[in-house]
Write a protein that binds this ligand. Structure first.
Ligand code: IMP
Length: 187
């Protein structure tokens, strides 16, 4: 395994902490590069992540940028790539209102990690299936965590889990694990 660290360019410390723990479990050091990234609107998270990645100057360091979103089945995957905009405008209460009297509450979180090492750019995806809770539950995590119940869990929202519990199931942990496995296999 190459000794030098990988840098995660993000303005979101929660994301960094989650990713850093997953990579540490695989023996890979992930450092934090603070950026306010320019985010385009696009239908595919991979296009958004790769655009942001290309905004980071290539100075020889290995870089990752991650983009994530929540996809609600009964709304055709909305808000998906627009998750940040929707959360900022109508917040969690607004999402719950959209779900009023809706019985099919299936949703998924998706994450794409875009990785660059010189000319090599790769994408790694992670998905976790679950459903939208009836109300806000828990104070852990960030963003949509208090209204998302993963199918493989015990009925708690991500917001009611500690970091380790969320990382055992989350979209982000899955995407970073797949990056870690690829790095391990290719070295
Ligand atoms: P972005 O990847 O920073 O563009 O995230 C899009 C939106 O999804 C933001 O509002 C984030 O707060 C939210 N989000 C991203 N990842 C997570 C997560 O792991 N849990 C809860 N919300 C998330």
């Amino acid at each position: 395994m190459r000794g030098d660290r990988i840098w995660m360019a993000t303005g979101n410390r929660h994301k960094y902490r989650e990713a850093q723990e997953v990579m540490a479990e695989m023996g890979i050091a992930l450092a934090h590069m603070e950026i306010n990234r320019v985010e385009i609107q696009a239908d595919d998270l991979a296009d958004i992540a790769e655009y942001s990645l290309k905004q980071v100057r290539d100075d020889g360091r290995r870089i990752v940028v991650e983009d994530a979103g929540i996809f609600i089945d009964c709304y055709g995957g909305f808000p998906g790539p627009y998750s940040a905009y929707v959360l900022n405008t109508i917040n969690l209460q607004g999402i719950l209102k959209l779900m009023d009297s809706i019985r099919g509450r299936d949703a998924s979180f998706q994450s794409v990690v875009a990785y660059r090492d010189g000319d090599c750019i790769r994408h790694f995806r992670g998905v976790v299936k679950g459903r939208i809770a009836d109300c806000i539950r828990g104070t852990g995590g960030f963003g949509y965590d208090p209204i998302f119940i993963p199918d493989e869990g015990d009925g708690r929202t991500f917001g009611e889990m500690n970091a380790e519990e969320k990382n055992a199931l989350s979209h982000r942990a899955r995407a970073f694990r797949s990056l870690g496995e690829w790095l391990t296999d290719s070295e």
